[in-house]
Write a protein that binds this ligand. Structure first.
Ligand SMILES: *Cc1c(COP(=O)(O)O)cnc(C)c1O
Length: 348
């Protein structure tokens, strides 16, 4: 524990404008231990290294899950979390899927609050476009060797100041469909569990080696429908500019950004919203497309390579008008510059 209050700490010497998405060791992180049937009350610690049993199920059998959300500095200096109750609920679902004890929504939000407050001087100033990224996680720990649920668990939250995930901001990126699947049809694709991401490392690398930003995953059963864009969800705007379309499937990770865009597209842009199939052989129906997520925010998709075909949406260099409006609306809400729908911002 530290004796310094956040306000007593000097401002950190970071160039906020060039921040990327990289690990930076900030001051304090939260840790709670599950033993004997309950989570303890949790503490903040300066130590960024975990000391866990070599038999931990998280290391051998992938019994773990994680979350990602951001704290945003508003113009008046206050700090808000964006829909943390949704991250808490999703982490509970991930925990249930891999047989780990759930963290209550109350404890989840309290842990995030404590970590944001303790790292206040690491939060990028309003207007820089940066935010404090929070990484909550639950891992199975304790002595074990058989394939079974762990005897103990850790729930942690740490924080990192971040800029834009894809450098260059709202500039379109090109993607390529992968022949690999990130998840099985009835597997763990809808849970934010590590195995899905281990499975995506090689396809992601192969896409990057071919000069694409990342891999696009098709539905694992038929390989005819778009599911995910790297670790982000996919959306598209129909040619008439009237509909916001996003895939629906049990193997897609339910993105909170995506559900927020569905709401904003309908209620602020007056679009029709559709959760349904996006066929990879029918991309001519769409005039714009994008990837969305907490880290990626909204990344416009310039074009998609699929086999020998390269399909360009709006432009390889310019963001389309609907994507731009969605981006302005979403980030305006997150940074406190536009009115937020009831309950979306939680002040720290
Ligand atoms: C985390 C994640 C997303 C984005 O979810 P958000 O809640 O919007 O951050 C999308 N796809 C995958 C595979 C993810 O892991």
């Amino acid at each position: 524990m530290t004796s310094q209050t956040p306000a007593a700490r000097p401002p950190v010497n970071l160039d906020w404008s060039t921040l990327g998405f990289s690990y930076i060791r900030t001051d304090e992180r939260y840790l709670s231990h599950w033993r004997g049937g309950a989570w303890d009350s949790g503490t903040l610690t300066l130590d960024n290294v975990l000391h866990i049993s070599e038999g931990s199920t998280a290391l051998h059998y992938g019994q773990q899950c994680f979350e990602g959300l951001k704290a945003y500095r508003a113009a008046d200096g206050s700090v808000n979390l964006f829909r943390p109750d949704r991250n808490a609920a999703r982490m509970q679902e991930s925990c249930r899927r891999v047989l780990m004890p759930e963290v209550s929504t109350e404890q989840f939000i309290e842990a995030c609050r404590q970590v944001v407050r303790a790292n206040d001087h690491w939060i990028p100033p309003h207007g820089t476009g940066g935010a404090l990224y929070l990484r909550p996680y639950v891992i199975g720990v304790g002595d074990n060797i058989g394939v079974r649920s762990a005897p103990e668990f850790l729930f942690g939250v740490f924080a990192i100041p971040v800029g834009a995930y894809f450098k260059g901001g709202l500039t379109p990126h090109n993607f390529i469909t992968s022949g690999y699947d990130r998840a099985a049809p009835q597997g763990t694709g809808a849970a934010k569990v590590g195995g899905n991401y281990a499975a995506s490392l090689l396809p992601g690398l192969e896409a990057k080696q071919r000069q694409f930003a990342d891999a696009i995953y098709l539905d694992p059963a038929t390989h005819t429908k778009i599911e995910e864009v790297g670790a982000a969800n996919f959306f598209a705007i129909t040619r008439d500019g009237q509909s916001f379309v996003t895939p629906q499937s049990p193997s897609i990770l339910p993105s909170i950004t995506k559900y927020s865009l569905l709401h904003l597209a309908e209620h602020r842009l007056g679009l029709k919203v559709v959760e349904g199939d996006v066929l990879i052989d029918d991309l001519d129906r769409y005039s714009e497309a994008g990837a969305c997520g907490t880290a990626a925010v909204i990344t416009p998709i310039g074009g998609i390579q699929h086999g020998d075909d390269f399909h360009v949406f709006y432009s390889e260099t310019e963001v389309g008008p609907v994507t731009r409006r969605l981006y302005d609306e979403l980030t305006g809400i997150q940074f406190g510059d536009r009115p937020a729908p009831e309950g979306w911002l939680v002040q720290v």
